[in-house]
Design a protein around this ligand. Structure first.
Ligand SMILES: *Cc1c(COP(=O)(O)O)cnc(C)c1O
Length: 432
């Protein structure tokens, strides 16, 4: 038996309190943040395993120290499964996050001063991909495309900008885009101007793995992803590419971008890739898309405008201008009823980024938790009720208790909410 100072709860009650409170928050809140998800207990078990003792710089069979035989097994499993899952010639599973994967690609493929053509931040591009806010162009010259009048990616603009600016790299993929992206059209544009094409499928990787969203693999030169969003694995990133780019990418990720590759995270990625090959995972992703469509329908019926009028994946953007509520107000009042969302700019948003006029909503986490059409309908009505009367305390109180009751029926961590004494909870994650 471990002595009591080896048990986190008794050794570090302050930290344990935060973990325990977070567990309770996860149980009591409906997570509609589009990037959010809950990994399986299997993924968490691998991530918490003793592989953490090993600082294995380099790659399987080519480490900078001895004693790496079993770490090598874990990383080879992760790489092989990642390549198989996405049908990629090359995979690197060492980036610690999607943004680090992006940085590695920039470092490997570009020279200072090269031009990048990517999606405008204001129209859904990811802030992590750009250079520091307020210091654009510090390393590369950035040119941005956006959405057209129908709120679809403006491919004609991409083409025109590509011909005018002759970028070295064109980037497709976004943090806030809910329609299918025509990667082949991006490819044709890139070829016409001699540019490389990178796709950032961070958000959509799980749907791509399940064959429910167009795959950029084999179309783009390089693809980057995160393992923790729709893919439902541990926090982390990965890079896929044509074999020809493998050497340049490997030798940039290590040692330029990171030293130790975090073996437990790689082991957990291996588990997540394996899970993603299963029919159950495909069925899960189908429900993710169905749930997003249901939510968009209910909100539309309740008079809220969905940007582009629809969603074709796991997320959507709600335009709040007509109801006179800002994104940050909506985020705050929905927080009071235990619904977690994030404010997001709408295209050509008249408000400042700190306020915004939109809400981004996503279905991956609630679907993992087991919500189906009935629960999604209920949540859609809660959102519409609360946004329709954000200062009505009776509506807020009634909605909050409805959400609490709903959450209690769908435990995140595989057991009914434990009502009484906090100290009676033995472990953070209980097997499902
Ligand atoms: C979330 C996101 C990232 C960053 O991924 P992390 O794993 O959180 O670093 C990069 N690009 C896009 C498009 C994203 O949505």
């Amino acid at each position: 038996m471990p002595s009591s100072d080896q048990i986190l709860r008794t050794f570090d009650p302050e930290l344990w309190g935060a973990i325990d409170a977070e567990r309770e928050r996860q149980e009591n809140h409906v997570e509609l943040i589009a990037s959010g998800n809950y990994p399986s207990p299997r993924v968490s078990a691998a991530q918490g395993a003793l592989l953490t003792d090993q600082h294995a710089g380099g790659y399987p069979g080519k480490r900078d120290r001895g004693g790496c035989d079993f770490i090598d097994v874990a990383e080879r499993l992760a790489v092989d499964r990642c390549r198989q899952l996405f049908r990629a010639e090359y995979a690197n599973v060492q980036p610690h996050s999607g943004s680090q994967a992006n940085q590695a690609v920039h470092l490997a493929l570009l020279n200072p001063g090269d031009t990048i053509l990517g999606m405008s931040l204001a129209h859904g591009g990811c802030p992590t991909r750009s250079e520091p806010v307020g210091r654009p162009g510090k390393i590369h010259h950035e040119v941005a495309y956006g959405l057209d009048a129908d709120e679809v990616i403006d491919y004609a603009q991409v083409e025109a900008l590509a011909h005018r600016h002759r970028p070295r790299l064109i980037v497709a993929g976004a943090s806030a885009y809910w329609l299918r992206i025509d990667f082949k059209r991006f490819r044709r544009i890139a070829d016409a101007v001699g540019a490389l094409l990178m796709v950032d499928m961070t958000h959509h990787a799980g749907l791509v793995a399940a064959g429910l969203y167009p795959s950029p693999v084999g179309v783009a030169d390089v693809v980057v992803g995160s393992t923790d969003k729709t893919l439902r694995g541990p926090a982390g990133g990965f890079i896929l590419a044509r074999e020809a780019w493998g050497h340049a990418l490997d030798s940039t990720v290590f040692p330029s971008v990171r030293g130790s590759p975090m073996a437990p995270m790689i082991a957990a990625k291996a588990v997540a890739f394996r899970e993603a090959m299963s029919p159950a995972f495909r069925a899960y992703q189908e429900r993710v898309i169905d749930n997003a469509a249901t939510l968009a329908r209910v909100l539309t019926e309740r008079g809220l405008r969905i940007v582009s009028g629809r969603t074709e994946c796991h997320m959507m953007l709600v335009d709040l201008r007509a109801i006179g509520v800002t994104g940050d107000e909506a985020e705050a009042v929905l927080g009071r009823v235990h619904v977690s969302v994030d404010k997001n700019a709408i295209p050509n948003d008249p408000r400042q980024p700190a306020a915004t006029s939109g809400l981004r909503l996503g279905s991956p986490a609630v679907t993992t938790r087991g919500f189906g059409p009935a629960e999604i309908e209920q949540i859609g009505h809660v959102i519409a009720d609360v946004l329709g009367a954000p200062r009505d305390d009776a509506v807020v109180a009634r909605s909050a208790s409805a959400v609490t009751a709903l959450c209690a029926r769908f435990p995140v961590h595989g057991q009914p909410m434990v009502p009484p004494a906090r100290h009676s909870r033995p472990t953070l994650v209980v097997a499902r």
